[in-house]
Design a protein around this ligand. Sequence first.
Ligand SMILES: Nc1ncnc2c1ncn2[C@@H]1O[C@H](COP(=O)(O)OP(=O)(O)O)[C@@H](O)[C@H]1O
Ligand SMILES: CC(C)(COP(=O)(O)O)[C@@H](O)C(=O)NCCC(=O)O
Length: 309
Amino acid sequence: MAGHTIILFMIKVRHNTYNFTPYLTFNRNTWAKLHKYMHSSLTKEEIIKLQCINEDISLAEVLDIYLPLSSLLNYYISFSSSNTELEQFMSTEGQRIPYIIGITGSVAVGKSTTARVLQSLLSHWPENRTVDLITTDSFLYPNHVLKERDLLNKKGFPQSYDIKSLINFLFKIKSGVHNVTAPVYSHLIYDIVPYKKNIIDKPDIMLIEGLNILQSSHYYYYDDIYPVVISDFIDFSIYIDAPQEILKKWYIKRFLTFCKESFYHPNSYFYHYAQLSEPEAIAIAKKLWLEINVPNLEKIFYLHIHVLV
Ligand SMILES: Nc1ncnc2c1ncn2[C@@H]1O[C@H](COP(=O)(O)OP(=O)(O)O)[C@@H](O)[C@H]1O
Ligand SMILES: CC(C)(COP(=O)(O)O)[C@@H](O)C(=O)NCCC(=O)O
């Protein structure tokens, strides 16, 4: 299996001129059936709890998609953590280094939803493990810096991230350092939260989700010599895709939820949108979607993606 790219639910694979392919393709039914062959100690109650992570996710979706996905991940994780011969060869016995799973895709494609469901599944199935979750939004420059650099309307584009801090963070995680800190981004205040930190204390698994993790042209010279990209630190990559019409719908829906929530938080960025009528708020969401997130997806993002398992 190693070396293959796995494509889920892509019914029509683009015609290629070869009669061989590096892709394994599953439709929803064949993928869901994989789970039949796996042991699950998850109870129905636990599965229902997972569904509570996002009310838009159905029980069928958890069973058909996320359970087989977490089983697949469990295979890769146990292969990588139980290679005692290799550990003896390298004299690294007993050194537990976090396994990093990267999740990427467009804005509003469901990266954080998927990451939270996987975090919950992987943390107690098939055994208890520590699983931390970090988002690359944490490494966006704060709004005042974006403003100074005239990048406020380029949020999410490669240049809006502090790539040096992000690479340093990943370098520490993969070096097995304890208590590595990262800033916190809030969608509600639309900015980095001052003085708040995430602490990642050498977990068994770290999920990292964000727009930029597979962007191979976005690198940083470590020690001023070695070009390093984010994906160098990632053990397993997941790219989530969906038709743009659906992405737009989900983006607008999330925008309206933020507007409603911000009604109780006058300091929130969305507070001034909450005063608008729903059609006015939808018009603003559509504008942000079309002017920032679509160009990012079409002009920058697709150019940089390579997914390898
Ligand atoms: N599988 C899904 N089915 C239906 N709606 C979804 C699904 N995944 C995400 N959504 C909706 O899309 C919106 C964006 O999801 P989110 O996980 O925040 O995306 P991202 O982290 O990629 O920006 C959310 O409001 C969520 O309810
Ligand atoms: C912070 C983000 C870049 C990250 O996106 P995510 O995939 O977490 O939704 C994005 O939500 C964003 O703010 N884009 C800029 C345009 C906008 O306001 O939607």
